[in-house]
Design a protein around this ligand. Structure first.
Ligand code: PEP
Ligand code: MN
Length: 353
């Protein structure tokens, strides 16, 4: 798949303000970013999807010209968010180079289809953010709708997932979901938006490094000349100067190893992993065989599946073994609960058979 980002230097760095605020701001940001020689694309939100009404909702159509002119003046391709057919029409007319679909739009197949219909025949590159809720299928569906509209230049953006529990992140990264997407679409580039994942400036750098270590193709980072005064997402925007320092510190590791010695060392470690994984699966299968026998026994003797005291004892004793083996306690706890859930399910099937 050819992509918007495929002819740009890796990792692709997309930067610019959360929102275009004034013509001067967009121009001066573009200038600072272009001078760094480290940024490949200029972003700015023109229409802002705000959770509650009454907040700044973007400068609207007039901002498109600021963005496109600033990009042209500083030789940077431009990108903005579109949420409906009208946005698409205006952005295409203004000459924006790449469109992106925001998280609040990806959740809604009606809106995604409206955008897909509007971009048909345009061949405009499109970036698709993950939906706000951790639902891989919605993300996949949005990618398919845009691909079905004949767009072959698609990039996914991982921007984290909203969660009920308060964590240190504005949007929890749940890295497993973009990894799953990589498995489904090996040729689809995925870039990371650490600004919306982190929600605060200090989290941007560690998240960016993590994304590169996960082999993501690039980063979208919100950049503002005076972040504290930004009209939207003030807490998570950084100055172009800070962005450049951050980019300088990031380590871009090799995806493919070339040194044969390192390759063979890694291969041998990987074959150890293969053996261990096989042992784990065999052990789990042995456990379920015993579980089946116990299930049949319980059925014959008309006993309940769950005996709470036994289960608490398992959690306690196995937890202790895990601690002695220096395994992370919450990990052991989760693993045991997962295995136990499957065991109960197996016995329930036996009871009902
Ligand atoms: C944005 O990029 O400014 C934005 C609104 O992002 P998201 O759709 O990820 O919330
Ligand atoms: Mn934002």
């Amino acid at each position: 798949m050819k992509t918007a980002t495929s002819n740009l230097k890796k990792p692709i760095i997309i930067a610019g303000p959360c929102s275009a605020e004034t013509e001067e701001q967009v121009f001066n940001t573009a200038k600072a970013l272009a001078n760094s020689n480290k940024v490949n694309m200029l972003r700015a939100g023109i229409w802002k999807p705000r959770t509650r009404p009454g907040n700044f909702e973007g400068v609207g159509e007039k901002g498109l010209k600021w963005l496109v002119d600033a990009g042209k003046a500083h030789n940077l391709p431009t990108t903005t968010e579109v949420a409906n057919a009208k946005h698409v029409e205006l952005a295409l007319k203004a000459g924006v180079d790449v469109l992106w679909i925001g998280a609040r739009t990806t959740v809604n197949p009606f809106s995604v289809q409206e955008i897909a219909d509007a971009v048909k025949g345009s061949n405009i590159p499109i970036m698709i953010k993950n939906p706000i809720n951790p639902d891989l299928q919605l993300w996949v569906g949005a990618i398919e709708r845009i691909a079905d509209a004949g767009i072959n230049d698609i990039t996914a953006i991982h921007r984290g997932f909203s969660s009920f529990e308060k964590t240190k992140f504005r949007n929890e990264p749940k890295w497993g979901i973009p990894i799953e997407l990589m498995h489904l679409f090996p040729d689809l580039p995925i870039i990371c938006d650490p600004s919306h994942i982190g929600g605060t400036r200090d989290l941007i750098e560690p998240l960016s490094q993590k994304a590169l270590d996960m082999n993501m193709a690039g980063l979208m980072i919100e950049t503002h000349l005076t972040p504290d005064e930004a009209w939207s997402d003030a807490k998570q925007q950084i100055t172009p100067t800070r962005l450049i320092q951050l980019l300088d510190r990031l380590v871009v590791r090799e995806k493919d190893l070339i040194n044969p010695l390192i390759i063979s060392e890694l291969d041998s470690l990987r074959s150890e992993i293969d053996d261990v994984d096989e042992k784990i699966l065999n052990a789990i299968s042995d456990r379920f065989k015993v579980i089946t026998k116990i299930g049949e026994f319980k059925k014959e003797n008309n006993t309940t599946i769950l005996q709470p005291d036994r289960w608490f004892e398992i959690l306690k004793t196995r937890g202790l073994i895990g601690s002695q083996l220096k395994l992370n306690d919450p990990f052991v706890d989760q693993l045991l609960k997962l295995i136990h859930k499957e065991s109960v399910l197996l016995q329930t099937k036996i009871m009902n058979s």
